[in-house]
Design a protein around this ligand. Sequence first.
Ligand code: SF4
Length: 280
Amino acid sequence: MGAGVGERRASVPPGSGWPGDPAVATTPVATDAAAVRELAQVSTVDELDARVSVCRACPRLVAWREEVALTRRAAFAAEPYWGRPAPGFGPADARIAVLGLAPAAHGANRTGRVFTGDRSGDWLYAAMYRAGLASQPTSVHAGDGLVLHDVRVIASVRCAPPANKPTPVERDTCRPWLVKELQLLRPTLRVIVVLGAFGWQSLWPALAAASLGAVPTPRPIFAHGAEEQVNGLTVLGCYHVSQQNTFTGKLTEPMLDAVFARARIVTESGTESSRGGVGR
Ligand code: SF4
């Protein structure tokens, strides 16, 4: 599957057999913001995933993700780390998208799959399983067999940032990947569940850049249970599944379940106008 403990690498070489690796050795690599804008002009989600997964446009994040992959957390010292950006995960014709902040250093940056291998993912995928959106309640590593149904998980920034805080420049540099993903998903997309204020704030300029309809002005304020309509899309706000929220009880399982239940109601009703909300 990759380098073992005795041969640590800063990242997994594209096409070297890592489960779910969308890239190959010839996948073009973006090395700056202009290249991201150019290389994001693809026509399929598969090609988008491939190009995202080899991107090197943000020097600080590339250095950080690879340093983490080399040094590793003690508990994972015997495992190779992915050390690359985490592309979206889930079917390209999903009706629901879940938008997070960025990969975790020892989660997706280790396993190569978004929200996989950390406590946040434990919460998220367990809730999706309860909602009938995931084939299993756990998400441990990229080869664990997890399949998502009608939902795709994406992130505003695709590389693990130090202290979970990307800079505004890094967020903006990564935006073309998100814009293109929203455009490619749009034919089937009905609901976007946004985890946390960072994702919420990053979504509106991405929707505007994707030309997916008039974005509300002023921009809607993030709140758990917030619900906005944008040209046939329903945007639902949800507290992030970070340990900071789940350990403290700010976000409970019933609260998370209510958000996914609301998402299912909207998709099953076939209209964004079936208002009801999840409570705040
Ligand atoms: Fe590329 Fe986005 Fe990672 Fe920056 S954060 S290197 S734009 S994938």
